[in-house]
Write a protein that binds this ligand. Structure first.
Ligand code: LMR
Length: 320
């Protein structure tokens, strides 16, 4: 049986990490695409040469030609530029929108049956634009946001409670990062919801609020430390978890930037929601009943995404 084909569009820090992870997990053969000559070829060869020591079977190819992604089962898009200290994700909109146009056209032409995961920022607007530019079914185009945000939230919670992160669950909705909506009542340590842990005196509401804020600022914290770019290990790992759920039809319940039509009272908006990912792509959007405060946060998040989508339409007429 042929191995699945995984196309990685963009061979920067995240693209290289994705290629390494996909190969090490033997998810399939990897095609690493970038417009920069030599970079995808060099990274693919370097990772392939780690195969004998690591013991994985996966073919890796670096390319500057979209034709090489032909028939890909999964495309993970990291093309575009990352932010630098002092920038917001939204500052990248104009430049990355142009990149999404050529990526969307490349995917439409060569890999129209792929499950597409977008990582490029500003994420919720870029995944919306990518779906429009590619014309792929909305259930097959999503953004990696909630998996990363909830992984950060779980990490900080495991530090706070001094327990294994395996026993911490986190539930987040909304836009990526700044406008993320944490559902603390559905986030748990060993099944005990966070508000109950506050009541038990294991932490305080103030400390919990600070953890939520640190999670929202998680990307900026890394940008501030790295100074030359943004996070890549955790974003790549999050996208690989989503790709694996699709390729292995795992029916994982994962939060991601999905096309929401009907649920949450939305009409065709991309925003972070809990989903079921399996062989059909985004097989289900889980519609949670929000309380007043959560709804207010969600509304703010949705307004922020809508504003960016309008800005995209203002830049590129074909999106109207
Ligand atoms: C992240 O959250 O790490 C990414 O969205 C990159 C960024 O600019 O923060």
């Amino acid at each position: 049986m042929a191995r699945p084909k995984i196309a990685l569009i963009g061979a920067g820090q995240i693209g290289g990490t994705l290629a390494h992870l996909a190969a090490m997990k033997e998810l399939g053969d990897v095609v690493l695409f970038d417009i920069a000559e030599g970079t995808p070829q060099g990274k693919a060869l370097d990772i392939a040469e780690s195969g004998p020591a690591e013991g994985f079977d996966a073919a890796l190819k670096g390319t500057n030609d979209y034709a090489d992604i032909a028939g890909a089962d999964v495309c993970i898009v990291t093309a575009g530029v990352p932010r630098k200290p002092g920038m917001s994700r939204d500052d990248l909109l104009g430049i990355n929108l142009k990149v999404m146009k050529s990526v969307g056209e490349g995917i439409a032409k060569h890999a129209p049956d792929a499950f597409v995961i977008c990582i490029t920022n500003p994420l919720d607007a870029m995944v919306w634009a990518l779906q429009k530019f590619s014309g792929l079914p909305a259930a097959k185009v999503c953004g990696m946001a909630g998996v990363l945000d909830s992984a950060r939230f779980r990490h900080f919670l495991s530090l706070e409670f001094d327990v294994s992160m395996k026993d911490v669950t986190a539930f987040v909705l909304g836009g990526h990062g700044d406008t993320m909506v944490p559902l603390t009542r559905y986030s748990t340590v060993a099944g005990i919801p966070l508000p109950d842990l506050v009541k038990m005196g294991w932490t305080t509401q103030d400390r919990l609020d600070a953890i939520v804020q640190r999670t929202r600022d998680g990307g900026a914290e890394i940008v501030g430390l790295l100074k030359t770019g943004s996070a890549f290990y955790a974003p790549a790992t999050a996208a690989i978890e989503m790709a694996e759920a699709y390729l292995k039809d795992q029916k994982r319940v994962l939060p991601c930037a999905a096309h929401v039509d009907g649920a949450y009272g939305l009409k065709g908006t991309y925003v972070g929601v809990p989903t079921v990912i399996g062989a059909g792509g985004i097989e289900k959007v889980i519609d949670i009943k929000l309380d007043k405060d959560e709804q207010a946060m969600m509304d703010k998040s949705i307004e922020a995404v809508k504003g960016l989508v309008e800005a995209c339409k203002g830049i590129d007429n074909s999106l109207n």
